[in-house]
Design a binder for this molecule. Structure first.
Ligand code: GAR
Length: 201
């Protein structure tokens, strides 16, 4: 069975959808711990409710990014983590960290990448005047929000939509998309050809 670690920074609604789906047998994996880079992330309470141990690693309490990432790598190695899932983790992992970890890292982003990478994606999608918004699960590479795309979903934008309504409707899709991507990876049902991730049914 694969060991997954989920990294969060905030609310933890994606974390909860992952834990619910795992508990219902949707995919088979062990989740030895949830990591947050913020002490006050609400998602830490979600992990506790599901009896998953938590770790808080705040980069500010380490002398350097290098020390922070080294401590993180030690923790991942100690638990033999096979996959890192970034579920609303709002900190960038360095190229060295990604290389040293050497196993898949996936991220969920609230836009139809490559459109609107970075922060406030929903707000920028709306303000741009796009007629559709989306969410993307992709492999994490050194370039932010630019790794090979595993899954995407799309929703229409209505005239009376606000940043909040788009965010909420997208979250409903994110809660299906991220567990689906985890299932594909833990079951090893994909190939990467160039930039294309081909999913076997
Ligand atoms: C989600 O909408 C996720 O797509 C986004 O943060 C939110 C976390 O919500 N991630 C990013 O913007 C990453 N660039 P949650 O804490 O309720 O899962």
């Amino acid at each position: 069975m694969k060991n997954i670690s989920i990294f969060i920074s905030g609310r933890g609604s994606n974390l909860e959808s992952i834990l619910k789906k795992r508990n219902s047998g949707f995919f088979d994996a062990s989740i030895p711990f949830v990591l947050s880079n913020k002490e006050d992330a609400m998602g830490l309470q979600v992990a506790k409710r599901y009896n998953i141990p938590t770790h808080v690693f705040n980069i500010k309490s380490f002398p350097s990014r290098n020390d922070f990432e080294k401590a993180l790598l030690d923790l991942l190695e100690k638990h033999s983590i096979d996959l890192i899932v970034l579920a609303g983790f709002m900190s960038i992992l360095s190229k060295d960290f990604i290389t040293s970890f050497g196993k898949p890292i996936i991220n969920i982003h609230p836009s139809l990448l490559p459109a609107f990478p970075g922060l406030n994606a929903q707000k920028r999608t709306l303000e741009y005047g796009a007629k559709f918004a989306g969410c993307t699960v992709h492999f994490v590479t050194a370039n932010v929000d630019a790794g090979p795309i595993i899954l995407q979903d799309v929703i229409p934008i209505f005239d009376d939509d606000t940043e909040e309504t788009i965010t909420m409707r997208l979250l409903e899709r994110e809660h299906l998309l991220l567990p689906e991507a985890i299932k594909i990876i833990v079951e090893d049902r994909f190939q990467i050809i160039g930039r294309r991730v081909i999913v076997e049914k």
